[in-house]
Design a protein around this ligand. Structure first.
Ligand SMILES: [Cu+2]
Length: 158
């Protein structure tokens, strides 16, 4: 499923509400896309494992516009805190590093996937069960704030 995000530049608070409503609708309608240059694909959230209060969200974001944009913030329903992380291997041990922002060059894309960049979800208030959907909010420097409805899965789609 592809969701085209609304166009930038930065919006007033009132406009953000409209953009969020539109993006929420687009998240369930794969066609009839219009407007912004960013396209989200393959978003999913990992189902909770045991009693763990952490999880992660993954997705790809393509930029079909002429200007770079940057993913600068994330938030998720039922997660007390969310941030962008990158997994790195240091001396054979996987560690996660906080990333302030990720640039999406014009004509390029970024991929958040297991073992690499991801949206880290912390303080998850109740178990994320496979088959349900949660709301994931992405904040872009130019495109503004966008809310997506993302499926919870035990493994990557496809
Ligand atoms: Cu992490």
């Amino acid at each position: 499923m592809k969701n085209r995000l609304p166009p930038g530049p930065r919006r007033s608070p009132a406009a953000v509400v409209v953009a969020v409503a539109v993006a929420g609708w687009l998240a369930t309608a794969a066609s009839a896309l219009g407007g912004g240059p960013l396209v989200v694909d393959g978003a999913w959230v990992r189902a909770s494992i045991g009693d763990s209060k952490v999880s992660a969200a993954y997705l790809s974001i393509a930029n079909r516009g002429e200007s770079a944009d940057r993913l600068v913030g994330v938030a998720a329903e039922r997660a007390g805190h969310a941030m962008i992380h990158r997994s790195v291997v240091v001396d054979g041990v996987v560690k996660m590093r906080h990333v302030d922002a990720v640039e999406i060059p014009p004509g390029g894309s970024i991929r958040l996937e297991p073992g690499g960049l991801h949206v880290m979800l912390m303080g998850v208030s109740s178990r994320l069960e496979a088959g349900e959907r949660i709301s994931l909010t992405l904040v872009f420097e130019r495109a503004g704030e966008v809310e997506l409805s993302v499926p919870v899965r035990r493994s990557p789609p496809g």
